[in-house]
Ligand binder design. Sequence first.
Ligand code: CP
Ligand code: NVA
Length: 304
Amino acid sequence: MDKHFIHIKDLTKDEIFDLIALAKKLKSKFHNKNDFKHFHNKSLAMIFAKPSARTRISFETGFTWMGGHALFLGPNDIGIGKREAIKDIARVVSRYNDIIMARLFSHDHILELAEYSDSPVVNGLTDYNHPCQIMADILTISEHRNSLDDLHVCYVGDGNNIVHSWLQLAAQLPMKFTCVCPEGFTPDVETVELAKANGGSEIVITHDPINGVKGADVIYTDVWASMGQKDQAVEREKVFADFQVNGEMITRTGKDTLFMHCLPAERGRETTDEVMEADYSVVFDQAENRLHAQNAIMVTLTSK
Ligand code: CP
Ligand code: NVA
């Protein structure tokens, strides 16, 4: 594996399967309350420029369970890129800490952090992508299906950071990936091209919420206005009205579909209470699997 964990496209297909297998082993140890002190006497710096529940809690809990100490550094603590240059922060923080996890606005900033850090950097979300989330998601799907062969994942909503990581996964693992989004809210063109070019996957970008979801094994959605876009929420609600994942849309797949959402969900907007609470909803499995997938990522990064 690369020195850092910044994009899914940096992983090979085998590395993705190895991470899934290790995450399953670590999950079993965690549930059985077995000791696993891989990070004894080690520390993890967690830099957050944006809010978080799952990312903060799962990284801190996971690293603590593995015997280490995790430091929370919020937006007002180190002022990354404002109080101090990113390349300076990278060299200072990596002298103190064995791993750096960062959630930042600009993707260029995490690239710069990684370039100057001596310790592995893990991407905890940028405006461009969210690779830890997609590793937890594919782990979750693998637990709910016999195999990852012939998988059709259909994402409905804004062509955002979650979609970019799904497209990068589709570049490595053969699948059908459909993004059903309103015009003007399509994912990054280069990332779509990468997914189409690399892996034998079928990639469909469509504005048709009636036909686009047909045959999907997974319907995935996310908020219509991401962090940093919340001032557009009311305006976006009108544009996205036909893209709500509700019970009727799930029925239109014509399949025993799983419902997935990275959370936090805005119930009543991109999805409904009915769907969130349905038997086919695996959103809390996804949330739990953040912890196990990230533990596997951190162990792999530090086991060379
Ligand atoms: N899914 C996710 O990353 O959640 P948080 O924003 O709460 O960390
Ligand atoms: N697209 C969302 C994901 C949150 C986990 C955001 O960036 O706010």
